[in-house]
Design a protein around this ligand. Structure first.
Ligand SMILES: Nc1ncnc2c1ncn2[C@@H]1O[C@H](COP(=O)(O)OP(=O)(O)OP(=O)(O)O)[C@@H](O)[C@H]1O
Ligand SMILES: [Mg+2]
Length: 318
C-alpha cells in the first residue's frame, strides 16, 4: 500500500533554513511521478530558489518546465519579482483612478499595495495551479519558516485588505461615476467601475476558496522537515503550532541528517550524542500525535534525479 500522503493532491514541505526541504520535496515529486505514475508538479515558492539545482535541471524562469528524464514530472520556480509587477499592474488597472480617489479621501492611496506583496503574489500564483486539474499531485517547496507562515495567514490579510477596497469602492463609486461621466460623457466609466469592483470580489472569493481547499485534510497536508538539534526543535514547535492555528493538516515530521554513531572520533561522538538527545526530546514531544520519519545524514549531497529517486525509494517503498 502506498503512503496515505499520496492520496492528497497537495503536499507542502516546510521548515527551518537548510534542513532539507528542497531535497525532500524533490525526492517526493520524482518518486511520485516515476513510481506512482502521477502527473506531478513541483513548485518552489522560496525566493532563494534551489529547486533547479536539486533536480540538476534548468527550469525556465517562471514557466512550468517538463523534466525529460521523468515523464509526468514538471517543475516551476515562481519568480516573485516578475509576478509582483504583473499582478501590480493588474491591481492598478482594477483600482482605476488612484489620483481621483486620493483627492476625495485626502491621502495618498497610490501605494495601497497588498500586505507583503511577495507572499501575496506567491499565493496568487499558487492559486493558479490549485485551480487546474492538469496535475494529480502538486508539491510545494516552501521558504524557511517565517515566510511560509506569512503565506498561510495571507488569506485573512488579503481578505481584510480587499474588504477595505470594496468598501472604499462603494463609498466612492457613485461620486467617481458622476465625475467620470462628466469627463468622458458616457456610461462606459460606470461599467469599468463595476468591473473593477467585481474583480476584487472574485479575487477575494478565490482566496477564500483556496483557504478552504488547503485546510481540508483530504486535499492537502504539510510535511514538517527538521534536523535533530535543539534550535531546530524550538523552531519546529513554533511551526507546528502555527500550522495548527491555521487549520493545516500535519501528520508527519521528517527528521533529517541524523549522524551515524562513530566511537573512533571524539567530534563525531559528541555530535552524535547531542543529536540523540534532541531526537529523544522530539520523539517524546511528538511521536504520539505524528509519524516521525528518521533520515540519516548521507556521505554525499543528495543531488540530481537518480539520487533523489533513490532517496524516494528509501522513504516510500513498502
Ligand atoms: N540526509 C542528507 N544527507 C546528506 N545531505 C543532505 C541530506 N539532506 C539534505 N542534504 C543536503 O543538504 C543541503 C541542503 O538541503 P536543502 O537544499 O534540501 O535544504 P533546504 O531546507 O531546502 O534549504 P533552504 O532553507 O536553503 O531552502 C543540500 O546540499 C542537500 O543535498
Ligand atoms: Mg530549499
Amino acid at each position: 500500500m502506498t503512503h496515505p500522503m499520496f492520496e492528497r493532491r497537495v503536499i507542502f514541505f516546510g521548515g527551518k533554513g537548510g534542513v532539507g526541504k528542497t531535497t525532500m520535496a524533490s525526492a517526493t515529486a520524482v518518486w511520485a511521478a516515476r513510481r506512482l505514475n502521477k502527473k506531478t508538479l513541483i513548485v518552489s515558492t522560496d525566493p532563494a530558489h534551489s529547486l533547479a539545482d536539486s533536480l540538476g535541471k534548468v527550469l525556465s524562469g517562471d514557466e512550468i518546465t517538463p523534466i525529460p528524464e521523468i515523464p509526468g514530472l514538471f517543475g516551476i520556480e515562481i519568480d516573485a519579482e516578475a509576478a509582483v509587477t504583473e499582478y501590480g499592474s493588474i491591481l492598478q488597472a482594477q483600482m482605476g483612478e488612484n489620483d481621483l480617489i486620493t483627492e476625495f479621501i485626502g491621502e495618498d492611496v497610490s501605494d495601497l499595495t497588498l500586505p507583503g506583496s511577495d507572499e501575496a503574489v506567491s499565493f496568487f500564483k499558487m492559486l493558479e495551479f490549485l485551480n487546474t486539474t492538469d496535475f494529480d499531485l502538486i508539491i510545494y517547496d516552501t521558504a524557511p519558516t517565517g515566510h511560509t507562515l506569512k503565506l498561510l495567514s495571507l488569506p485573512e490579510l488579503l481578505d481584510s485588505w480587499l474588504y477595505k477596497m470594496i468598501k472604499m469602492r462603494h463609498r466612492l463609486g457613485r461620486t467617481l461615476g458622476i465625475f467620470k461621466r462628466m469627463f468622458s460623457g458616457g456610461s462606459d466609466a460606470q461599467d469599468l467601475e463595476d468591473q473593477a469592483f467585481s474583480q476584487l470580489e472574485i479575487m477575494r472569493d478565490q482566496v477564500l476558496w483556496a483557504r478552504e481547499f488547503l485546510t481540508d485534510p483530504k486535499n492537502a497536508e504539510f510535511v514538517v522537515v527538521t534536523i535533530p538539534t535543539l534550535m531546530a526543535l524550538w523552531e519546529t514547535e513554533r511551526l507546528i503550532r502555527s500550522l495548527m492555528a491555521h487549520d493545516m493538516s500535519v501528520n508527519q515530521i521528517y527528521v533529517n541528517q541524523i549522524s551515524p554513531e562513530n566511537p573512533n572520533c571524539v567530534y563525531c561522538s559528541r555530535r552524535y550524542e547531542n543529536q540523540q538527545k534532541a531526537l529523544e526530546r522530539l520523539l517524546f514531544l511528538y511521536q504520539d500525535d505524528f509519524e516521525i520519519v528518521q533520515i540519516p545524514l548521507f556521505e554525499q549531497e543528495i543531488q540530481g534525479i537518480e539520487a533523489l529517486l533513490a532517496l524516494g525509494d528509501e522513504l516510500y517503498k513498502e
